[in-house]
Design a protein around this ligand. Structure first.
Ligand SMILES: [Zn+2]
Length: 372
């Protein structure tokens, strides 16, 4: 059994669960109401146990800290609205959730003018940076997440123009959308808890073993937002910090567990990536005309397969995200999935080492590319 304990802090008022009070970072006096801050901490719970109970309580490496923060939700909402209003050039058609679009029509004229000015600022500037890869966008995200308790972003290290825009529309966002957005985020976090209690510790243990890499942090901070990036979730590294959409249908139900561990895996795949790169070089001693071209995101295919398969092994009938969404056919057609299953799965099952499994996978992918 996993002895996770968690608590929710709404505003500045801590509500301890299971009678356990966990110390959290001191929140500044200026607290934005209705911020949800949920901590799962098996280690802290274990420390509350009597010594004889501790003997039987393995500290769980499954530790997440879930947040639903005002500023990071506002940032992603404006980013999404600007993307929706502009000409959409990507392969994914972005939309606003229907209620959010309806609420836009309810703004008073002065609110509408202010809101439009904020969306225009995002259209002109901020949406030109990809949320994950854009220069400085990861740092902005982390700052806005960390500033969840701030009333005016005074401490946030973000460009002053952006700060001005966010502070300007904060009252409008709070009045029209935040309560609903916050509630949806909280709901997503809460529905995940039984899944985490049943499977979390084992999943994180398996991932650490498979990637031969320790769990990234204790705990991993996860920010839950109504709108994430185009894919519904992304993770910035060093430190590993996933941002996950609570309203993306593909992230709902049991899939929430896969997306959570998928995103966390992004902080654990260095060794896998290095092995793939090294083995690709080994597979390429031949003439330039015979060079093997592995997909640049082969590591991501393996990551997708691993997280999905681990969840499917634990939940009968669960269909992994990449299978369900047709990703293997759409993004990675060819023998990749079958060969990952053939060559990498034995490593997942403890029947082959990481290096051995990757070497075999690269060799077989290279062979599959040879003209028959
Ligand atoms: Zn990913």
């Amino acid at each position: 059994m996993v002895l996770n304990t968690w608590k929710i802090t709404i505003g500045a008022i801590p509500r301890a669960s299971l009678g356990v009070l966990i110390s959290v970072r001191t929140l500044a006096a200026k607290i934005v109401p209705l911020i949800v801050f949920l901590v799962i901490s098996a280690t802290l719970y274990a420390s509350m146990l009597r010594p004889e109970e501790r003997l039987f309580q393995e500290p769980s490496p499954t530790q997440f800290e879930f947040h639903s923060g005002f500023w990071i939700n506002l940032h992603h909402f404006l980013y999404r609205e600007a993307a929706v209003e502009g000409p959409q050039t990507g392969s994914h058609m972005l939309t606003l959730n229907i209620n959010d679009g309806t609420e836009l029509n309810l703004l008073a004229a002065d609110e509408r003018a202010t809101w439009n000015a904020a969306v225009a600022a995002y259209s002109n500037t901020w949406i030109h940076g990809d949320l994950l890869f854009g220069k400085g966008m990861g740092a902005i995200k982390n700052e806005l997440e960390d500033a969840e308790a701030s009333a005016d972003l005074s401490e946030a290290q973000i460009p002053s123009e952006l700060k001005g825009v966010l502070v300007m529309v904060a009252p409008i966002y709070r009045k029209h959308w935040w309560e609903k957005h916050n509630s949806q985020n909280r709901q997503w976090i809460l529905q995940l808890q039984p899944l985490l209690e049943n499977h979390g510790a084992e999943l994180s243990k398996s991932l650490a073993k498979i990637y031969e890499t320790p769990w990234p942090h204790q705990p991993i901070r996860v920010d839950v937002v109504n709108y994430a990036n185009w894919s519904g979730a992304y993770t910035t590294l060093e430190p590993t910090r996933p941002t996950i959409s609570s309203t993306e249908p593909a992230n709902s139900g049991e899939a929430a567990l896969e997306i959570l561990f998928h995103e966390s895996s992004h902080g654990m795949v260095d060794k896998l990536m290095k092995a793939l790169t090294a083995d690709e070089k080994v597979a390429n001693p031949r003439a330039a005309s015979e060079q093997v071209q592995l997909r640049r995101d082969l590591w991501h295919e393996v990551l997708f397969y691993t997280a999905g398969e681990l969840v499917a092994e634990r939940i009968p009938g669960y269909v992994p995200y990449a299978d369900k969404s047709g990703l293997w056919k759409r993004a990675w057609p060819g023998p990749d999935r079958a060969l990952i299953e053939q060559d990498w799965k034995p490593h997942m099952d403890g029947r082959a080492g990481l290096q051995e499994a990757v070497a075999k996978l690269v060799e077989d992918l290279a062979l599959a590319q040879k003209p028959q």
